[in-house]
Design a protein around this ligand. Sequence first.
Ligand code: ASP
Length: 335
Amino acid sequence: MKHVTESKDLHRKAKVAVFTTGGTIVSNFNRAKGTITPVYSGKELLGFMPECDCIDLELHEFCNMPSPYLTPNDGLKLAKKVEDVLKDSTIDGAVVVQGTDTLEEIVYLFHLVLDVPKPVVFTGAMKSRNQLYFDGTGNLFGAIKLAACSDASERGVMAYFNQEIHSARYVVKTHTDNLSAFKSPECGPIGRVYNDRIIFYGKPEAERKYQIDQLDEKVVLIKAACGMDDLFIRASIDSGVSGMVIEGLGAGNLPPKTVKAVANAINRGIPVVMVSRCITGCPMGMYEYEGGGANLRDIGVIMGGSLNGQKARIKLMVLLTHNKNVEYIRQAFEE
Ligand code: ASP
């Protein structure tokens, strides 16, 4: 545990902007039906929070939607809003409250487009407000403290769940129901919260930021499977996609029946980015057989590094919006 930093200033009066978008954190559970319904506004959510005399809150109700309704362009609009609000010198940091299902994508989009030193922390809840294991209060309270903490600045956009601080670059939702659903399988959390103490294990590497106003959302994510053919790849080309991310097998390999369609996509100028369907590790371009990673790289497939499929799709949208040149996109993924 190198570079451990403990926060020192939790008791200074700070101000945090809280952006609410909806999710399970503003929902209730119906025991009779076993279903979950959104019922609370952002204002009501903050009204439930325990008093914290060392931090003032400024509420921004961005929307109230389940996160499967959010689009990458909604995320971009929200990122612009957060950036704008953080220009106010009296605001120390921001919290974004959203549904957990697409959080890993929106938080990564923020990571790519937001260029602010102040802490920005995403959180939400795995359980509804009236459930026994409701985690929304602890998650939101911790996220607010983190956003108010000056030691949390210059650490990139973060996600805070279950007392763990994760970098936007690596965080993944790994469980459908458990309170410890959010993990960084590639490298672990960048910090933890112990009661009133925030402990960081170091700073994640800064990544290049992209200035964009509108995302090209026509990027598909295709998961490879044993014996798969080219159906989804052909359908994607025919429907006029701008880019394609493939979650390949192992170190980035594909069944042979897909290769012709992949080459066809590349010949038409569609960037094809390979990541792995394995939980950790990168595509490596090693195997020379037809459909092997070396063969795919030779026909022009871009190696997407250790990003998972959903994050690589967001990055490809951002890059395509910024510069459509395939070599530029290759460099941005492979550098
Ligand atoms: N399905 C919900 C959503 O993503 C789950 C949650 O909020 O955690 O909005």
